[in-house]
Design a protein around this ligand. Structure first.
Ligand code: AMP
Ligand code: GLY
Length: 359
């Protein structure tokens, strides 16, 4: 097999997909746009998936990896996701009445909001402020307190294949009230206790049973955002794609060929140590990032750099978005190395989290 593969999308997650796929013996060429002779399209971001492009290209006879339109509602409609979980006995946070005055509580807008549709509010004033800002319908759910993991799985049309749990750091800073971002860093694997591992298997089986019993007939990634609370895993959200930056961490941690997992039912196998990814963003992110800073990267072969919001002009690099770079390393203790590298990057308005570590 020698496939011409299109990776649809243009962030650091997609750069990582292209990097890893291009090294596969099953791949002859990686492109960014589907063309006449494309054998396989792998979808990165949620928008084209929720717009139904998987269904469209599949109907043209091109093999696609991406959740179909019907199941993309797991991400695009938090209410659809809630119903799916409740119908299949999958644990999730309880819905509260809209006027509930039990704080903290969580306000969730229905629809794709690029990470801005969810807020934990601690009092009525914060609740009013947030609900005034969002234009979609919203609901309120109970606040769960615990550590979170990202479980990325691949549904191959018949069964689910799990990748090792990862952890991302969603907040902009270590301050619990700082805004949610797409992710300022991630690592894998997450060390879990025996009971957490057992409960994860139970969760995983119930998700697989739910998909099969609902007649899921796509090949695609499902991301479960899970929190450990009340001695069990609760689902906080579903995404119908790989997480960014969790994808960068997990793909670089794989020892075997990623395409063989997707196409030949191989189980993932991993390297030793930990794999981590640190996001370098631009001041003002996530609301209003500064753009146009020149970027000069230090030289260190131990760190893999994926471009997210970067443009190149006359062989010079400039920041061009909120999330600018993804720095990756696999070793026993990757974050200090990534931090040291980030410190040395020349970029006037760079920001990155210097407090994140494996825990
Ligand atoms: P979501 O987009 O639904 O994953 O929400 C983004 C973040 O908000 C999550 O990663 C959690 O940190 C937080 N969050 C969402 N729902 C809850 C909840 N019910 N209890 C506590 N934190 C939550
Ligand atoms: N890192 C979380 C996400 O991709 O939604």
């Amino acid at each position: 097999m020698s496939l011409k593969i299109c990776v649809y999308g243009s962030g650091a997650r997609e750069e990582a997909l292209k990097d890893i796929i291009s090294k596969s013996p099953l791949c002859s060429e990686v492109t960014s746009f589907p063309a006449e002779n494309t054998d396989l399209i792998i979808f990165g971001p949620e928008q084209p998936i929720c717009d139904g492009l998987v269904d469209y290209y599949s109907s043209k006879g091109i093999k696609c990896i991406g959740v179909n339109k019907k199941f993309s509602a797991l991400e695009s409609s938090k209410l659809f996701a809630k119903k799916f979980m409740v119908n299949h006995g999958i644990k999730c946070a309880k819905l509260l009445p809209v006027d509930s005055d039990i704080f903290p509580q969580v306000v969730k807008a229905d629809g794709l909001c690029k990470g801005k549709g969810v807020k934990v509010v601690y009092n009525q004033r914060e609740k009013d402020e947030f609900t005034r800002k969002i234009s979609q319908p919203y609901f309120i759910e109970e606040f769960l307190d615990g550590n979170e993991i990202s479980l990325m799985s691949y549904f191959n049309g018949a069964r689910l294949i799990n990748f090792c749990p990862a952890r991302d750091f969603k907040r902009l800073t270590s301050d619990i009230k700082s805004p949610n971002t797409g992710g300022m860093g991630a690592y894998c694997p997450v060390d879990l206790t025996e009971i957490q591992q057992e409960k994860l298997k139970i969760y995983f089986n119930s998700l697989q049973t739910a998909l099969i019993s609902e007649g899921a007939d796509f090949n695609g990634f499902i991301y479960s955002g899970l929190i450990w609370a009340k001695n069990d895993w609760y689902v906080l959200e579903y995404n119908v794609r790989l997480g960014d930056p969790e994808c960068q961490a997990v793909l670089n941690y794989l020892e075997n060929d990623f395409l063989s997992i997707l196409l030949n039912n191989e189980e993932p196998r991993y390297k030793k140590g930990y794999s981590a990814c640190l996001t370098v963003a631009s001041e003002g992110y996530p609301d209003n990032p500064v753009k146009g800073d020149e970027i000069i990267l230090p030289k260190d072969d131990r760190v893999k750099v994926y471009f997210a919001g970067v443009k190149s002009e006359n062989d010079r690099l400039f920041s061009n978005g909120g999330r600018v770079l993804s720095l990756c390393n696999v070793s026993d203790n990757p974050f200090p190395l990534l931090r040291a590298f980030a410190e040395k990057i020349f970029m006037k308005h760079k920001i990155f989290r210097d407090d994140i570590n494996i825990f």
